[in-house]
Design a protein around this ligand. Sequence first.
Ligand SMILES: Cc1ncc(C[n+]2csc(CCOP(=O)(O)OP(=O)(O)O)c2C)c(N)n1
Length: 933
Amino acid sequence: MEKFTYINQSNVAYIEDQYQNFLKSPDSVDANWRMFFEGIEFAKKLPAEASASTSAAVGGAFSSAELSVYNLIRAYRDFGHFEANLNPLASGPKASPELSFHNFGLTEVDLEKTFQIGSLVGMPNAKLKDIIAQLRIYYCRTISVQVHDAMPSVRDWFFKEFERPEVNLQAKEKIEIHNQLVKTESFEKFIHTRYVGKKRFSIEGGDSLIPMLEKFVTSGAAIGVEELVLGMAHRGRVNVLVNFMGKALPAIFAEFEGIRDENNSFFDGDVKYHLGFSSDKNTPSGNCHISLAFNPSHLEAVNPVVLGMVRAKQRRRKDTEARKKVIPILIHGDGAMIGQGVVAETFTMSGLKGYTVGGTIHICIDNQVAFTASPESERSSPYSSDIAKIIQSPVIHVNGDDVEACVRAADIAIRFRQEFKRDVVVNVICYRRFGHNEGDEPMFTQPLMYEKIKKHPTALELYTRKLETEKFISHEESDQVFKARIDELQKILDQTRKQAPAMKPLAFDGLWKGFRRAEHSDFEKSVSTKTDLATIKKVTSLLTQTPAGFNLNAKVQKLLDSRAKMIEGEGAIDWGMGELLSYGCLLYDGTPVRLSGQDCIRGTFTHRHSAYYDQKTGEKFSPLSQIRPDDVEFCVYDSPLSEYAVMGFEYGNSSSDPTFLTIWEAQFGDFVNGAQIILDQFISSAEQKWQRMSGLVLLLPHGYEGQGPEHSSARLERFLQMCAQDNIQVCNMTTPAQLFHVLRRQMKRDFRKPLVIMSPKSLLRHPLVISKVKEFTEGEFQEVLGDMNVKAKDVESVIICSGKVYYDLLAAKEKTSGQEKVALIRAEQLYPFPAHKFAPIFKSYPNLKKVVWCQEEPKNMGAWFFMQPRLTELLEEVASEKVSVSYAGRTERASPATGSEKVHQYEQAELVQNAYDLALNSKAKTSQVRRAK
Ligand SMILES: Cc1ncc(C[n+]2csc(CCOP(=O)(O)OP(=O)(O)O)c2C)c(N)n1
């Protein structure tokens, strides 16, 4: 047995144990120990004299200094980056006391001694000073790695990568990088002088980004990458669009000139540094498609969106196993990466079955300032990239001034991602040459740093110097290339000023082929969404059976038995069944479905049970996956506890693939506000800003049932406030059949619009909330449900409501005298406002005098402020005499609902009573429901 006699520590037994494990199976031990033991094995094979000449030996003769050197090597591998030359603005690398050999019990005398453990870094029997020198070459120059917390296999991979002789770039590659820097810098200088003070968020100081991106393409294409999808903020974006994405210069100049895009005048557009683009790049290994996602100002919001897009693109390329063909690249700023919580949420999703894309490449452009904030106000960790440590992601740190090191980092990152299918970060430490934007003065806040930056040579200048020393190019030649590029830019600008380029009209390609932009009239057309009985029966049969031998939970068995009965006779289909039938029938038609949200497989309110769990094995069975298992996917995923990132992901997914019914469900509707940025910046406005469409469905449980301020309201009012230009659809439905049809309508039209559904809670089990089979086989979605129980000529008042309160009003109506004079109308769709459905109803009541809007939400919430002007205007148009619209509902409130169930019940009863009082008593005033005394 190996005797680790030199280790005078309590963990000798542990190490000996590890060594035995290593001998049995080298991979079973930690990478560092493995290398240590490999060193021992290596030493055993050395000629006797070599062994004897070292202080190291085998079989009990290792000196404790050997272990110290081993620990020192390990420290350099883990923390060498702290002493690396990473900061272009620093006078030299920082000293990190942790790496001093003194810390490891070694002395100056030891520097001249030889150590067998040097074999770990390919230097057996080397002097300590040489081992340290070599470690510094590996880990303390302009590129280093941070993998101290990574998996052993990941650490191993990076150690091999860093501990080998550097490969010199070929002349051709060097010249290419030089040209890329010329293009990068010349573009910024050109714009700087032609459009003085205009915002462009210059890349300067982080110029290496462009050669890095090019490297992702060339290295990636050689190892199976067919598509890169980029997400990035403002910094350097215009330069990336021009010099990497290949956006035509006339189009860019036209944007700087402020020329209007007449071809697409129905869209509002966005500023140039938020726009997306896509193109193809030719490489020696084939084509690589690159796309840059459209991006709002909200930093980092695009991250989950890009991942959702990538997931859809991987599906399209049938790359859902290896996930090697489409790779996301997220470019972060140092301030935003560590500051914005969505970054952490997105990292958390990276390894989850329902959300993984097989690894993202992150680039942090650490320009050491965020707007005016210095790193010490930005973060509590050494690096902004430390947020990636929540998933033990490897981080490659690199000095942005060493463009070749940056390119090497890109190469390592993409190869790592392909091999491990995991996230990886490249942290480029650089600087920002100007202020936050071109009108900003950085000397106000960072005077010392900017004194240095003023004198600091550009990346191009530094690289030219290097290539001149290496005799690849002279300064004169470099200047000529630069000047030629400026001339070219000038020519194109002159031409653009003479004749503005024709902008491309909106085009629908790829999976979007055959789709179109919706017109307002489309929302007035009926859409056939009925399903034949045979399909309903087939889906029901699948939903109510389990595989042979499956140990179903007894309560779920009861549910399935009741579901089987729901289609018997006339049928009595409840909400949960209506929803599953809708998915099932769509799947039968060939439409795949993806549903994700917190606990959505079972359903927060235990109404869904879209999968069953074997009570003995825990195995999951999803019946809808059996409908067309080979070609039409049903995907349902319990999401991590995030709203922002998960909704962003589903939005991205839906915006890239209109063929999927994509649904995000909130646990309780109120939690949707955690994802407000995605609603404001993408879902409600992306079509107007960027001509990007989405058919995403949001299921937001909503309804006043006495469950307190946060479990009552999905904040309907916020959605209605953002409604304009037919941007989204907002529905609050009252029957399972309506849900069935609205979900099918979403997929049966040749355009896509987000659909926001206030989904029910208590109605899930309400005895009246059932639909007959006929409503599925014959009906279609009704934006407005009229009152079938009144005679038109008797009607003097109409109470209009939406959602759950209808059933409260219905129950009260039976007890109300004069009820025959009141029609109860349900607005099942609030937006686009269905005037075409309300108008004939109003017209059908010749004696109509009053309209009451009844809602359970407080007056400053819900739909009142949205519906009142629309109903008033419509009534002015269609009613024969003046009809007023009055309000019955809760008073204005700061908090959406009371915490007391008793108060809730009192309020609820009163608002319903007030609705009838208003409808039937001509003297009644607008209701103001007050709190119970
Ligand atoms: C969510 C959000 N908060 C604030 C801002 C305003 N803002 C724009 S850029 C910026 C600084 C970003 O710093 P950093 O991430 O380091 O990127 P840099 O501009 O330095 O490249 C700020 C605060 C924003 N755009 N988005």
